[in-house]
Design a protein around this ligand. Structure first.
Ligand code: CMC
Length: 389
């Protein structure tokens, strides 16, 4: 009794057993349900990966078609959700809007709180994956001062998202297929990453047996923070500040002297090249073929080359992470920096829900309730205000 292991940030504490995602950080391996991320990014779709994460196995043709149909059917939100979102200030941060509106969905589906019922759990999961692009796109349109665009259910999941973001006329929004594929791949790469801060938030809040909308809203809150979802924005700021290739050596010297960090490099788990960064680097080419090259790309590539040959980075096993190139792609899509984390959240939703579903079925799981090492006073005598003042 009274004995507690002090592990702030749970750096060395397994909070659950999980069969969703495997990472070997030393070797740079990431697998969803046993399938390597490289193969999924190359040949799967985001909705198939979502099915895999949630159900634990790849779908048959019939299961896939049903899944895509069900998700497509649920893309619309209640009109009052639209009114709710219209109530935000013009400068509301899209992540704040997303977090609040996902939380608000719990009031539209009060039966979601009955988490013991498998059919009920699945319908809420489908709803949330389906509605996340609608809410994300509307949070973007609000910041732009543009009217919200309703889902176009004739389009694929990702093409519909682009339509709700960028459509400007009555006619159907036709996104370039290469852009649709690149964004779908980015969603796949972000779909899960085992017990990261936001997954841990979803599990921790979900362990109280609250409905999944409330648990995922907590995950969005965790992702909102700059240490979790915000690094790609910092990479862009850094590249812009460096400004030209000739300034890179001086910048690197500053990093080595401890003046600042090389953003988009290093990872708590990966001590090798982040496998997601490799895939994103390739996706850059496809996107820039359509949009024209982001001039910051040259600086990023040169920076990477120099860092990977420098003993400071080599000895500390600092490699590019997922955020080193993703911001460049998002910028090519014309997303403002505040939207980057919303894109991350849409991609991460199946992962949060897979973690939540696993939690609800885990007989060993208890309500999350860490211990503490108490450092305050004990046994003080209280003096009433009229005797203290
Ligand atoms: N630039 C320069 N030095 C670095 C960097 C960097 N980006 N990252 C780590 N180091 C150094 C650090 O100073 C330390 O050096 P020393 O041993 O001399 O004190 C050594 O490398 C070990 O670093 P650490 O801080 O113990 O590593 P960590 O596991 O606690 O931190 C990190 C991981 C991601 C917070 C850190 O690498 C970092 O701040 N990177 C830049 C921000 C970034 O790109 N974040 C995105 C992470 S990926 C997104 C996701 O998967 O959610």
């Amino acid at each position: 009794p009274g004995l507690a292991i002090y592990d702030p940030g749970f750096v060395n504490t397994a909070s659950c057993r999980s069969a969703v995602t495997f990472i070997d950080g030393e070797k740079g391996i990431l697998e969803y349900r046993g399938y390597p991320i490289e193969q999924l990014a190359e040949s799967s779709t985001f909705l198939e990966v979502a099915y895999l994460l949630i159900n634990g196995a790849l779908p048959s043709k019939a299961e896939y078609e049903q899944w895509v149909h069900d998700i497509t059917y649920h893309t619309f939100v209640h009109e009052n959700v639209k009114s709710f979102m219209e109530g935000f200030r013009y400068d509301a941060h899209p992540m704040g809007m997303l977090m609040a509106s996902v939380g608000a969905l719990s009031t539209f589906y009060p039966e979601a709180g009955v988490i013991g019922d498998a059919d009920n759990r699945m319908i809420q999961i489908i709803r949330m994956i389906a509605k996340m692009p609608t809410l994300g796109a509307w949070s973007f349109r609000n910041a732009q001062g543009k009217p919200f665009v309703y889902p176009d259910n004739e389009l694929s999941y990702t093409a519909n998202f682009l339509s709700m973001l960028f459509k400007m006329s009555e006619s159907r929004y036709e996104a370039d297929e290469r852009l649709v594929k690149a964004l779908d791949t980015l969603f796949i790469l972000h779909a899960d990453h085992e017990q990261n801060c936001s997954a841990n938030a979803v599990r921790s809040v979900g362990s109280s047996q609250v409905d999944p909308y409330s648990a995922v809203a907590a995950g969005i809150g965790a992702l909102y923070g700059p240490l979790h979802g915000g690094a790609n924005e910092a990479v862009l700021r850094m590249l812009r500040r460096i400004g030209s290739k000739s300034e890179i050596p001086a910048f690197i010297e500053g990093v080595k002297n401890g003046n600042e960090k090389l953003m988009g490099f290093g990872h708590r788990v990966y001590k090798n090249y982040d496998p997601r960064a490799k895939i994103i680097k390739k996706a850059c080419d496809d996107v820039f073929d359509v949009t024209g090259v982001n001039p910051l790309l040259e600086i990023a590539q040169e920076l990477e080359k120099i860092a990977l040959e420098d003993d400071y980075f080599v000895s500390r096993k600092l490699y590019p992470n997922v955020d080193f190139y993703s911001g460049l792609i998002y910028e090519a899509f014309q997303f403002p920096p505040e939207m980057f984390t919303v894109l991350f959240a849409i991609g991460r939703t199946p992962g949060w829900l897979a973690q939540w579903l696993e939690l609800t079925q885990d007989k060993e799981q208890k309500i999350a309730r860490p211990k503490q090492i108490y450092t305050g006073d004990r046994g003080l005598d209280f003096t009433p205000r009229d005797q203290r003042w």
